[in-house]
Design a protein around this ligand. Structure first.
Ligand code: URP
Ligand code: ZN
Ligand code: ZN
Length: 459
């Protein structure tokens, strides 16, 4: 079966050109002009892109569907079904979710993988991969990492320098980095200085400062800078590919200049700032409680520059929604507000509106940071992240003329609020194709688990 997307403005790495794309089954079969004439006998479906952009399906490499917070007895409000439906509607055709190793249950990495597959299988609407978050580092870890790479196609391993339940020591980090490097993987890191956060938190609680306004004070920028220095040192010592997730400040990016670290940031750090925490309405302030927290507006332009000049490789979302009722667990203690916020649905349109349309990044950078770089870094390229012959036909027709507004009430994500309520958007993902099949708003679960290769890093 052949499907034709004709008359698209294709965003390719070296040019933007009007052309047709022919899809055969799940793959891109041909790219060129007048493909209808060439293949008319075999074509069963035609979509006219009407000279709107055609871009590779988005890849969001940082999501937490149904993330369990055992110490709070709750889970993130999107499961793999609602969360991936939301992803697709916003032009994201692949996610990579974090499978967190439970230290209290002494889970192996295999057990962790199986637990997450249990949540995902049969429910996922877009294609997906998994990262493994490692919280136990011991003699077994080498074998488990090897098995994860070889048997599960997992080549990325997450670590934490913060969160008592998740953090590992510098010695453990270095040992893991050697292992991950030896098996051809990449380390991803939540980079905040956990000791400093703990000290600040205790001082705030002791002073009776229990409101959400204390959250950013307990996670100062210097905690992120300290962690970047630590990881730069360990990266140089181990030579392990190392990727900093959710970088929140241009000050920390400056600290990471001239290092071998790779960086990801998120729309919330590019577009929102810490003034929201001073709201006296708990339901307003608590929805922005995430780690790292939002920063002063002065930290944003350096992040945009980092995207434009290539120093930041990826924009992901850290999608981790909690309902306002769940956020209210921290009504009398800011440390008990579950950390995280929704975002997977709006990443592409936010970046187009406030990045491309506002002149901060160009269209090719937009494609690089939302699809091509994530695919390369996380071992999916060229199957994903490219408009190229034999790549998966994960494609989005993007109409830059349509305007709309973000409202929690109309989003697909299972969450009762949005960080971006009332924000206008310019441009819309009008047609989304997952492996050649056009996605409808009530998409059936056809997502597939992706085994991934080693990172493809440019020198
Ligand atoms: O606040 C956040 N970011 N929650 C999700 C878990 C993490 O740290 O990425
Ligand atoms: Zn994190
Ligand atoms: Zn996260």
């Amino acid at each position: 079966m052949y499907t034709l997307i004709k008359n698209g403005k294709l965003v390719l790495p070296t040019e933007i050109k009007i052309a047709d794309i022919l899809i055969k089954d799940e793959k891109i079969f041909d790219i060129g002009s007048n493909l209808y004439e060439k293949y008319r006998e075999q074509i069963s479906n035609t979509f006219d892109a009407d000279k709107h952009f055609v871009i590779p399906g988005g890849i969001d490499v940082h999501t937490h569907m149904q993330l369990p917070l055992p110490h709070f007895g709750i889970e993130a409000s999107d499961d793999f079904s609602s969360g991936t439906l939301a992803a697709l509607q916003g032009g994201t055709t692949t996610i990579i979710d974090f499978a967190n190793q439970s230290r209290t249950e002494n889970d192996s990495l295999t057990k962790t993988f199986e637990k997450w597959q249990q949540k995902a299988l049969g429910k996922v609407h877009c294609d997906y991969g998994l990262h493994l978050s490692v919280t136990i580092v011991n003699e077994q870890t080498k074998h488990e990492v090897k098995k994860a790479v070889r048997d599960f196609g997992i080549t990325s391993f997450k670590t934490f320098l913060a969160y008592p339940a998740m953090k590992i020591s510098e010695e453990e980090m270095l040992s893991l980095m050697h292992t991950v490097r030896d098996y051809g993987g990449i380390l991803t890191v939540h980079a905040e200085d956990g000791k400093l956060i703990e000290e600040k938190t205790q001082a705030l609680l002791a002073a009776g400062k229990i409101s959400p306004a204390s959250h950013p004070l307990s996670h100062p920028i210097i905690a992120e800078i300290n962690a970047i220095h630590t990881m730069a040192r360990l990266q140089a010592e181990s030579n392990c590919p190392t990727y900093i997730v959710h970088l929140s400040s241009s000050s920390a990016l400056t600290a990471g200049e001239n290092t071998g670290l790779l960086f990801e940031t998120c729309p919330q750090y590019l577009l929102l700032n810490d003034s929201v925490y001073s709201s006296s309405d708990f339901d307003v302030a608590s929805r922005f409680v995430m780690s790292p927290p939002l920063r002063p507006a002065s930290e944003q332009s350096g992040l945009w520059q980092g995207l434009a000049n290539g120093r930041i490789s990826v924009v992901a979302t850290d999608h981790c929604p909690f309902l306002l009722s769940q956020k209210r667990l921290g009504l009398h203690d800011f440390t008990k507000i579950p950390n995280g916020a929704p975002g997977v649905e709006q990443r592409m349109e936010l970046l187009y509106t406030y990045g491309v349309k506002s002149g901060r990044i160009d269209m090719q950078t937009f494609v690089a940071i939302t699809a091509t770089n994530p695919a390369k870094i996380f071992g999916l390229y060229p199957q994903k992240g490219a408009i190229a012959i034999d790549s998966d036909a994960d494609l989005v027709i993007f109409d830059p003329t349509q305007t709309h507004t973000i409202h929690a009430a109309t989003q697909h994500t299972r969450c009762d609020h949005s960080l971006y309520e009332g924000l206008p958007l310019q441009g819309k993902c009008t047609h989304i194709f997952l492996r050649g099949k056009k996605v409808s708003s009530n998409a059936k679960a056809t997502g597939r688990y992706l085994k991934r290769s080693s990172p493809l890093l440019s020198k």
